[in-house]
Every structure is written in C-alpha cells, then in structure tokens.
Design a protein around this ligand. Structure first.
Ligand SMILES: *[C@@H]1O[C@H](CO)[C@@H](O)[C@H](O)[C@H]1NC(C)=O
Ligand SMILES: *[C@@H]1O[C@H](CO)[C@@H](O)[C@H](O)[C@H]1NC(C)=O
Length: 374
C-alpha cells in the first residue's frame, strides 16, 4: 500500500500537477488543397524554399480558441498594419499594386506560419513569414480547414500541436496554382516568371502595431513604416514614387514633377507635346524613365508606364492609366469632404485653374535603383 502510494506520488510529480493538461500531439493533418491553392502555395514556399532546414516548418502549436495571439501574429507577420486604419498589406498602396493583381479590390494577405500557430515577435523570428495576396475565399479556405482540424476534428486547446502535410493530397488541387508544392529540382523555388512578384516578406517593422502611411515613405527618410521585399530575391524593399503634371488641351503635358522613393522632387527640363492619340514620351528623373501615353482626347484617361519594356521583364516595370482603381489610400483620399474623392484610384485628376487644363497626381510602386537591387 505504502509502496503504491509512493509510486503514484512519483508519477504525479514527474508529470506535473494532475489538474494541468499537458500539450497533446495530434499527429499530421493531410490537408486537401482544392479551393485553397494560393494559400497552400504560400505555405509550400515557406516550407520548401524559405525554411527548408527548420524541422518545425510545418508544425502548428495552437494558440487556443479566441486567443488574442491571432491578431498579434498577423501584425508580427506583416499581413496586418494598423495605420492609418486597420488594414491588410494587400489593401495598401504601393504593395496592393506591385505584390498583387493591381486591380484587385477584395484580396487578403495570407501568411505561413498561420495566425493560429504560436509564433515569436517579428524581431525574434529566424525566418520572416511568407506572405502572399490572394482572393479572400482562398485565404479563408485554408484557414477554415486548419481551424476545423484544431477545433472540430479535435478539441485542441492552447499548446496542443500538429503538423500539416501539403503534399499527400496535392493531386486534388489545380496543379497550375501550387507550383511551390509540386515543382522539383534546382529551380523549384524560382519565381514563376521573370516578373513574378507575388511572394513577399516583411523586412522591417519599426512600431509594434505595424504601419504603412499614405503616401508611403521610405523609413530611412524618417518614417516608421513597415518595409517589404520579394521573398528570396536580391531585390530591395519596395517603395512608392509619384508624378504630377498639367495637361493643357489635347497635346500639351507640362509642369511635370517626379517624386522618388524618398519623396524628393525631380523636374525634367521640359514637358511633352503628344500631338496624336497613341503618342508617348519618356520622362527622365527617376531611376527608370516614366512613359506618358496620350490614349485619347482631353478629358479622357492618360496612360503611364514606369520602366517601359516587356511587361514584367524588369522588376520596376509597372503600367496603369489614370482611370484605374485598386485598393489603398491613394492621392484622392483626402479631404473626406471632397465629393469626388476615390481613395482606390491610382491618380487624382482635377480641373486646372485655366480653361482646358487638368491636373494629375499619380502614385506608383518603384525601387531606389534602376535595377531594383540595394
Ligand atoms: C485570412 O483568413 C483567416 C482565416 O479565415 C482570417 O482570420 C483572416 O482575417 C484572413 N486574413 C485577412 C487579412 O483578411
Ligand atoms: C481635341 O481634339 C478633338 C479632335 O480634333 C477636338 O474636337 C477637341 O476640341 C480637342 N480638345 C481640346 C480641349 O482642344
């Protein structure tokens, strides 16, 4: 009897208090990626490309139901920024333009490791989360499957853990959308095309809640905005440039001012005379030329191409027109009393003080240097 008691006491001591549940290993979840392809692709990028040597790159240590860590994790991954209003990085210029489908309006930021997994703060991470913008349904779908495994298939509590296997059932997914899960060999982690900018990571976060101002400013020039770059490439952090000019009548584009990544003004020597629809001119001043294109008569959209060339061949290449609308807080955000305001527009276009004149102000993504390299 005494012997048994002593044994029970010993077991109890070595296992800790009997009231304290120990973390349970729930094994491996073989996720079916059908309908969640973009999110699976993002996870595969982290697991196979960013942190291939981390044995826990597919491990989820559950944060627990309704735990505040969820929101904190989204901020520490860089998906979520708190300023100027709670927002996804996929809905903030210039990132919503360059790292996304530029005209997407409902896209969300997906992160791996996911928000439901316990993670250190940004500064303590060995590898920053892989981030990818995608239609909301795709993001929500994988989040729903992982959450379902944790709380419906099982009744996990904080500290319980499992691993996720994306490859066992990958055949059911659209193979074109999961290249980072299915590609093999030396090139498996390379971007999908020369201009593929869809995988990105946060590289700096100066304030705890994260921040992206509008206009976005280079943090080295005095702002405390988060910085982001394309994952696993030599390219530098993405910044924002802008252009202002006045169009007079059909053909005259003058008073051109260019603003670089530091918001420094560069004035080209002269304006452009674009006498026919379809004419264009290249304006120097930024690391790459900005092409202005006369698309139609006065009062209609003006076209632009920064770093003109084969679409997507140059990391800087970005084309748009003054009517385009994406998601962010662009040049036509303030004041809120302006009845014509349209924060998602890339350009603000207003009548000038003289007859037959229009003033343009457009924001677009750019790098510090022509090569996009630091
Ligand atoms: C992505 O999906 C998760 C899970 O459904 C959701 O909680 C999160 O808010 C989504 N992310 C964004 C930025 O909307
Ligand atoms: C632009 O050109 C068209 C066609 O020649 C002409 O009808 C129109 O008046 C011109 N607009 C301005 C503001 O000069």
């Amino acid at each position: 009897m005494f012997c048994f008691l002593a044994f029970a006491l010993l077991v109890q001591t070595s296992l800790g208090s009997p009231l304290e549940k120990r973390a349970t290993d729930y094994g491996t979840f073989q996720v079916d990626c059908k309908g969640s392809e973009n999110a699976c692709n993002n996870a595969c990028y982290y697991i196979r490309c960013l942190a291939p040597n981390d044995p826990d790159n597919n491990k989820i240590t559950y944060v627990g139901t309704g735990h505040a860590d969820n929101d904190r994790n989204r901020i520490e991954s860089g998906c979520q920024v708190n300023n100027p209003q709670g927002s996804s990085i996929c809905r903030a210029f210039p990132f919503s333009q360059a790292f996304s489908n530029k005209l997407a309006t409902d896209w969300q930021c997906d992160e791996w490791p996911p928000a439901l997994s316990q993670q250190p703060a940004f500064g303590q991470k060995a590898v920053a989360n892989s981030l990818r913008c995608m239609p909301g349904a795709d993001n929500g779908s994988l989040g729903g499957k992982l959450g379902g495994f944790a709380t419906k298939t099982h009744r996990m509590v904080r500290d319980d853990f499992f691993r996720v296997d994306f490859l066992a059932k990958i055949a059911s997914a659209d193979q074109n959308l999961v290249p980072f899960c299915v590609r093999q060999g030396a090139t498996m982690c390379q971007p999908i095309g020369p201009g593929d900018r869809t995988q990105f990571q946060m590289t700096s976060k100066a304030i705890s809640g994260g921040k992206v101002s509008s206009p976005y400013n280079d943090p080295n020039a005095g702002s405390n905005d988060n910085k982001y770059h394309i994952a696993r490439t030599p390219y530098d952090n993405l910044y924002q440039c802008s252009v202002e000019f006045t169009r007079t009548g059909n053909a005259t584009f003058n008073q051109i001012k260019l603003f670089d990544w530091e918001n420094k003004e560069h004035r080209p020597q002269r304006g452009c005379a674009l006498n026919n629809n379809g004419d264009s001119c290249d304006v120097p001043g930024l690391p790459q030329p900005l092409r202005l294109k006369r698309l139609g008569f006065f009062g209609t959209a003006v076209g632009f191409e920064y770093a003109p060339g084969t679409p997507m061949s140059n990391i800087n290449q970005f084309d748009w027109d003054s009517d385009m609308v994406g998601t962010g807080r662009g040049p036509w955000t303030d004041p809120s009393t302006d009845p014509n305001r349209n924060p998602g527009r890339f350009c603000k276009v207003t009548p000038g003080s003289a007859a037959s004149t229009e003033n343009f102000d457009c924001w677009f993504p750019c790098y510090k240097k022509a090569t996009g390299l630091p």
